[in-house]
Design a protein around this ligand. Structure first.
Ligand code: ATP
Ligand code: MG
Length: 413
């Protein structure tokens, strides 16, 4: 027997009965983001590995464990695990720093991470995201958060929680990192393996750990004291205060969470996540923040930036299933040529219509029509001879016979 080939672990087909929801996610993105002045950008799905090593950061799980990397013609290539690095590369390469600020870009598409597949976690998943370049002011941070909230609202998702935090700048963060290391030192042996590995290279990431025993350690009073302390410098504090003022003015409800540090290396000052209580342990639908040093780190001019990404599968799982839309009409006839002609006539006028291509009996065709369409267009021998069509409304069962050229008015009534 021939061996069946199956979809790879951690990847999924998006089937026709699910695709309408995806269309909605994409359509609303275009609509809402355009309202805020964003233009779509489409960057390649693979890039040189170095882009992610430098752009995402080589202390992150993404770069260390999760990348799909392969060699081709002596070059190391990686399937994008996220799209900020790719958008920044394109921003620099295409001289977008010369454009008047802000430059606002959005994207959608598949991302690839070699993670353990589970609910809310796939190896190929999709993100929709935005990046705003050129604005230092906290108004930019507030606007991207507002945009995320607006987009979620357009999908009917209103009861989500916005969490914010400030990571300070590389200067003030250094001291905080040392304090965290100091207070965690006596607990080092009790931390999980990942945390032990991150302890030197990226101590802030420890706070993000999902392992229960680590969470218990971070809850200890002497450690909480350090975590909850205000470490950020005056300038960073004023930026953070401005952000909160904007959010208050805009009526965006938020919770401050000092444990929110985000997985990526490049963030400074504002970080935020939007979470749902209906998603189990993979509860973040949106993650983002400010990354003022990334453009320069990747060889561009010094350009402040802020953005976010949302997981589209997670959005999908929060939304009710959309019933597939019915056809406007289904033509019932034993003369395929006449049916075909009528179908083409209607299709060229924008009507969604099908006819029987399988040589089914008249009654079977009628049965099918009532399942898939709003109207049955009956083209029997009599109708064909008279140049007419019987139009049956399948929800009321009312039927009238009209001239061929009146069919469209009847359907669209
Ligand atoms: P998580 O803590 O869930 O691993 P992350 O910090 O790795 O998230 P980001 O890189 O910020 O995630 O990506 C933004 C969003 O993309 C997440 O909030 C989530 O909705 C989605 N996402 C991330 N990884 C996956 C995945 N493997 N499968 C499905 N969605 C994902
Ligand atoms: Mg992750």
């Amino acid at each position: 027997m021939t061996k069946l080939i199956k979809v790879m672990k951690g990847t999924k087909d998006i089937l026709p009965q699910e695709v309408e929801m995806w269309h909605k996610l994409e359509k609303n993105a275009l609509e809402i983001f355009t309202r805020y002045g964003y233009k779509e950008i489409r960057t390649p799905i693979f890039e040189v590995t170095e882009l992610f090593a430098r752009g995402v950061g080589d202390t992150t799980d993404i770069v260390n464990k999760e990348m799909y990397t392969f060699e081709k013609s002596d070059r190391s290539i990686t399937l994008r695990p996220e799209n900020t690095a790719g958008v920044v590369r394109s921003f620099i390469e295409n001289g977008m720093a010369r454009l008047s600020a802000p430059v606002k870009l959005w994207y959608k598409g598949p991302m690839f991470r070699y993670e353990r597949p589970q609910a809310g976690r796939q190896r190929q998943f999709h993100q929709v995201g935005v990046e705003m370049f050129g604005i230092k002011d906290a108004a930019a941070d507030a606007e991207v958060i507002m945009l995320a909230v607006d987009y979620l609202k357009s999908l009917g998702l209103e009861d989500l929680e916005v969490e914010i935090n400030s990571l300070g700048c590389p200067k003030c963060r250094e001291e905080y990192k040392n304090k965290i290391k100091e207070v965690l030192k006596p607990e080092f042996e009790n931390l999980c393996e990942d945390c032990q590995n991150r302890y030197e290279k990226n101590p802030l990431r420890l706070l993000d750990c999902k392992v229960d025993t680590c969470k218990e350690i971070f809850a200890k009073p002497q450690i909480q004291k350090v975590i909850q302390s205000d470490f950020i410098c005056e300038e960073c504090a004023s930026h953070y205060k401005d952000l909160k003022t904007y959010l208050d003015r805009l009526n965006i409800k938020y919770v401050e969470n000092k444990l929110l540090v985000r997985g990526l290396d490049y963030y400074n000052r504002t970080v935020f996540e939007i979470k749902s209580n209906n998603l189990g342990s993979q509860n973040a639908v949106c993650g983002g923040g400010r990354y003022d040093s990334l453009v320069k780190n990747l060889g561009g001019e010094d350009t402040p930036a802020v953005g976010w990404a949302m997981g589209m599968e997670r959005l999908n799982s929060l939304l009710p299933v959309i019933e597939p839309e019915k056809l406007d009409a289904y033509i019932v006839s034993n003369s395929p040529a006449d049916a075909f002609e009528l179908a083409q006539d209607l299709r060229s006028n924008g009507v969604k219509v099908e006819f029987d291509l399988a040589n089914k009996k008249f009654t079977k065709q009628l049965e099918k029509a009532s399942k898939v369409a709003k109207f049955a267009l009956i083209l029997g021998e009599d109708e064909i001879k008279a140049g007419k069509v019987s139009v049956k409304n399948l929800s009321t069962s009312q039927q009238v016979t009209v001239e061929r050229n009146e069919v469209i008015n009847k359907i669209m009534e």
